[in-house]
Design a protein around this ligand. Structure first.
Ligand SMILES: [Mn+2]
Length: 505
């Protein structure tokens, strides 16, 4: 304990947090069978991989499982797993804080379960979380918010899991890689301005151990892996007007500047192969293009920032970059194959190949959906813009309209609503996604409330459930029965228009 405390990572923790962490570590050390349950996004996948690897190294019997969301239905699934696997310790990662009552009710009291460890970085839905919370002795909760730290920027779910792994053994220093992959996936680096708080402590520990390198560079996806024209053709963050989705224009772009696309041995050059002079030439031109179409100059300056390389990973693969690695994990989760993502983190080569197929599909879906939107446009209803593209899969409609708004391809003075009739699951429901710029939310348009109220009205007017909604003021979603789609749209349009009329009148 004393030697552990003289350590750059653990030393950075507030005493209150270190105390909880060491309690969790002690529980794991004396446990004989562990069940680990985690979220399906890249942070949740990375967190789970960290826990599984730490348990493997500690020689602990364990099993693991990803779930989409922890709620009153899925907690029953977890309870079934507990009854089947008979763990004495259950670990939840990247969720649990907002579901503490369910964990208390359905898991902590199960026969044979001595302790539940929750490693989370989210605030509960009601946002109320102040100071360490009193719970039963059989639940240990580790969450940066409980110790006056931001779970949005200072520590992710994977970071929280890393702290526990590192507390178990300092041999787990290499898992800084996965901690930062998770934090990147959760966009905790604040749009390339770099990591802060405990994330920064973890990055520095990884750098010291030789696992992580940080450099100022182009923050695009694919700097290690994409031939130059494809780097721009598939760029979606930000969307590059005239280039994204347009292969010929991207070739012409490099030809005009005079950057050779291939090496002397006729192999495609990647971004990392360019000289620093070539890089700055390209960056200047890109900034020009972005400034022409974005009103916010931060979009242009944001293309350069801290880029994190995982130095022990194979060059020219997505595993080499924290950002690309996290996108790969996200692609697995979005395609309902989070376990492939965990296997990739654990070094499974077959899983890696399978994940790469999912990733390529995901990237090209995004770029082509944005290109369709740029060429075909959107329509308007009172109070809102509507993107209605029968080809865009419902798994990415939210990202597509978010990017469309971010790039101002769709104006930001009203919310944008995306309708995805291209369903990933058979059935009569259609996914609706909404995005509202912060300035609109400040005016009083809370998309979540609008979606939820309209769904409630539709449901109470019918004897069956026809719409289910949730989300945040800026980003909300709903699943609506296809027979009620038009009515749902008309009602949200009417509601938003009323709010605008009220504010302007
Ligand atoms: Mn997370």
């Amino acid at each position: 304990m004393l030697s552990l405390m003289m350590d750059a990572v653990l030393d950075a923790l507030p005493d209150s947090m270190l105390e909880e962490l060491m309690r969790a570590v002690d529980v794991l050390k004396t446990s004989s069978r562990i069940l680990a349950v985690s979220h399906i996004d890249s942070d949740g996948i990375a967190a789970l991989a960290i826990i599984v690897q730490a348990l493997q190294r500690a020689g602990k019997a364990h099993s693991w499982h990803n779930i989409h969301q922890l709620n009153s239905e899925t907690i029953i699934t977890v309870r079934e797993l507990v009854r089947e696997k008979k763990p004495d310790v259950v670990v939840f990662s990247d969720f649990g804080t907002g579901q503490m009552h369910l964990i208390q009710q359905f898991i902590a009291n199960e026969d044979g379960v001595n302790c539940v460890i929750v490693l989370d970085h989210h605030l509960p839905d009601n946002g109320e979380l102040t100071g360490p919370r009193t719970k039963s002795d059989s639940i240990i909760e580790i969450n940066p918010w409980l110790h006056n730290m931001s779970g949005s920027y200072e520590l992710s779910g994977a970071g929280t899991a890393f702290l526990m792994a590192y507390g178990l053994s300092r041999e787990n220093l290499d898992l800084t890689e996965m901690a930062i992959v998770g934090a990147s996936g959760d966009l905790q680096d604040y749009y390339g301005k770099g990591f802060t708080g405990l994330n920064k402590v973890i990055v520095e520990a990884g750098e010291k151990g030789g696992f992580i390198e940080v450099e100022k560079d182009l923050r695009f996806f694919g700097i290690n892996t994409r031939p130059l024209p494809y780097l721009l053709q598939y760029a979606t963050d930000p969307y590059l007007p005239g280039l994204t989705g347009n292969g010929d224009a991207c070739l012409a772009f490099f030809n005009e500047i005079g950057i050779p696309l291939k090496d002397s041995d006729d192999t495609w050059r990647m971004w990392v192969d360019l000289t620093s002079e070539e890089k700055s030439q390209v960056v200047q031109h890109l900034i020009g293009i972005i400034l022409d179409s974005y009103e916010d100059s931060r979009v242009a300056s944001g293309i350069i920032g801290d880029v994190i390389t995982l130095a022990h990973r194979p060059p020219r693969t997505v595993l080499r970059s924290a950002k690309e690695f996290s996108t790969l994990l996200n692609a697995c989760g979005r395609n309902r194959k989070p376990e492939i993502g965990v296997e990739i983190c654990l070094g499974n080569k077959v899983a890696y190949r399978e994940g790469m197929v999912l990733l390529k599909q995901h990237r090209s879906n995004l770029a082509t959906a944005l290109h369709r939107l740029e060429t075909q446009g959107y329509r308007e209803m009172p109070g809102m813009y509507v993107v209605d593209d029968p080809e865009t899969p419902d798994t990415i409609i939210g990202i597509v309209i978010g990017m469309a708004q971010g790039s101002r391809m769709v104006p930001i003075d009203k919310p944008v609503i995306g309708i995805a009739t291209n369903r990933s699951v058979e059935g009569p429901t259609i996914k609706i996604s909404g995005r509202a710029h912060k300035s609109i939310v400040d005016l009083g348009v809370n998309l979540r409330d609008v979606f939820v109220d309209v769904s409630d009205k539709l449901n109470s007017g019918n004897s069956e459930l026809v719409a289910e909604a949730g989300g945040h003021p800026m980003a909300a979603g709903a699943f609506v029965h296809e027979d009620f789609l038009l009515e749902f749209l008309e009602r949200i349009s009417e509601r938003i228009d009323q709010i605008f009329a009220y504010k302007n009148g």
